[in-house]
Design a protein. Structure first.
Length: 513
């Protein structure tokens, strides 16, 4: 009874104190003052439900991963359509654990990532997509980015491969825009490479390809789920006369990673996940690197699930040494709290609503800025060649309208941000636009680290340890992203009046340039 009273008061408190954090669909615009109110590029969006879940978990005081964590891992794996999801304390840790797992001596030597082996990635993006490659003793090989999609130039992958040295591809779906998954999977299949999808900025995005191509790529796990007809996202549909498979990003490779940091599509405060997509043998390896490197797979508080806790002989330990204290990897401790998982479970239920809001916000921005093409080049989804102005004057459709190329593939973006490239012929630069937006209280970001090979840490690394990274060709696309790209928010807490103020401000910035 006391707990019920506490939780009831918690809801009252949260309704009063955190009203500004509610989804835009659940609040009015009375508090917004043009030119005075700050408009962040991203922010946590929640209600009293998340606060109640957090307080309830705190009152139970289990703290470390427990029942909420187990439920969150299962629910998230179901959402993506993957074998397992394992929670970690951040998206950066998720990337570190994913790459570390590929170094495990439990993998066949010919597939294992060993010191000096190469992992292909792209040059423009967030540094912790790349840093784990180096931290695990491997060599990142940087290919260029397509400026309009922000994603890797996949036609450069094959020429970057060195037989016997290249073991994996790891790259992110940029700002919610899926990379060319079908082409990347074909290269991985041809050369027997691991694929790690950094899905930290793209939760809720989906990718569609012809079913015949999906069959050839061995996507049996997704096809099976689609044929069952019970998953809300994974499906097979007839488009014209062609059967098409649609599935979420993060469900196509071998491993994928998530971030639940507040700016992302859903939040646990800090937090992330490593997803084991199809090969269940990777689960105990990922779990081991997450949990101190131990060989035992029993969760905290549970013993002897193998029924031979004292029946192992590993390494040079004596026969019968307690399996809970046998370590097969040089691991970490990067688990989140059960309280965070309780928040995440509520957020996961909101995710479909959040994704739709991001799409609508992106479309509202695109419609409102359509006449600024002399100054800005706008982002496009992968496989799209053009955006089409909605036919109804002054109205934006809920779903974007794009013209697609002839590959047969499609990308449906859960936009993390609205990116533009400031044209070289404009009197503006991305820095001047950023400065002006900042002056007006409008949050914005460059595309993270720009061309990472030009960042101080990578410049120093290349100088001090020349073999620690490889750049097989020039990177004009990544340089263009560094010099021209800027993005603003699409998160589900944005009010229509705030988006319209952003549109008005960008028109003013162009007019005054």
């Amino acid at each position: 009874q006391i707990k019920k009273q506490i939780l009831a008061l918690t809801r009252v408190y949260a309704e009063q104190v955190h009203a500004c954090n509610r989804p835009a669909s659940a609040r009015d615009n009375t508090g917004f003052k043009r030119g005075v109110s700050k408009i962040p590029y991203a922010a946590r969006v929640f209600t009293e439900d998340e606060v109640e879940a957090a307080v309830s978990s705190a009152l139970d005081f289990w703290l470390t991963l427990g029942s909420e964590g187990d439920a969150m891992q299962q629910e998230f794996a179901t959402y993506l359509g993957v074998r397992h999801s394992l929670l970690v304390n951040s998206g950066s840790s998720a990337n570190l654990i994913a790459i570390s797992a590929l170094t495990s001596p439990k993998l066949p030597l010919e597939r294992r990532v060993t010191p000096g082996d190469e992992v292909i990635t792209c040059a423009a993006g967030f540094p912790t997509t790349v840093a784990p490659i180096i931290q695990c003793g491997a060599v990142p090989v940087f290919i260029d980015n397509e400026p309009v999609t922000g994603n890797a130039c996949v036609d450069q992958i094959e020429s970057a491969i060195v037989n016997g040295k290249t073991k994996a591809i790891m790259m992110a779906h940029t700002l919610g825009n899926p990379f060319d998954i079908a082409s990347v999977l074909e290269v991985c299949q041809r050369y027997d490479l691991w694929l790690v999808e950094d899905n930290c900025d793209s939760l809720g995005s989906t990718y569609t390809m012809p079913l015949s191509r999906a069959c050839a790529l061995g996507l049996d796990h997704l096809i099976k789920i689609a044929r069952q007809g019970t998953h809300p996202i994974i499906c097979i549909e007839l488009v014209g006369r062609i059967e098409m498979l649609t599935a979420p990003t993060g469900a196509f490779g071998d491993l994928s990673t998530q971030s639940f940091y507040p700016p992302h599509h859903m939040t646990m405060g800090e937090g992330g996940a490593v997803n084991i997509i199809r090969d269940a043998r990777l689960k105990p390896i990922v779990e081991s690197f997450r949990d101190w490197g131990r060989d035992c797979w029993c969760p905290s508080g549970v013993d002897n699930t193998c029924n031979k806790r004292y029946g192992w002989q590993l390494g040079e330990l004596p026969m019968g040494y307690d399996h809970k204290y046998i370590y097969s990897h040089l691991g970490y401790n990067v688990k989140p709290l059960d309280l965070q998982a309780a928040i995440g479970r509520v957020q996961l239920r909101r995710l479909p609503e959040f994704v739709e809001a991001r799409k609508k916000n992106w479309e509202r921005l695109r419609c409102g800025l359509a006449n600024l093409t002399d100054h800005f080049e706008f982002a496009l989804p992968t496989h799209s060649v053009a955006w089409r102005q909605p036919s109804r004057r002054g109205k934006c459709h809920a779903q974007p309208e794009f013209v697609w190329n002839e590959s047969g593939c499609r990308s449906q973006c859960s936009w993390f941000g609205f990116m533009v490239l400031v044209r070289q012929e404009s009197a503006l630069t991305n820095t001047t636009v950023a400065r002006e937006l900042d002056r007006r209280g409008i949050g914005n970001r460059m595309l993270f680290g720009g061309n990472l090979v030009r960042q101080p840490a990578f410049v120093r690394l290349r100088r001090d340890y020349p073999g620690s990274m490889r750049v097989p060709a020039d990177l004009p696309g990544a340089d263009r992203i560094m010099n021209e790209a800027i993005f603003i928010g699409t998160f589900p807490g944005l009010l229509a009046i705030e988006i319209d103020y952003i549109i008005e401000s960008l028109h003013d910035i162009v007019r005054l340039a």
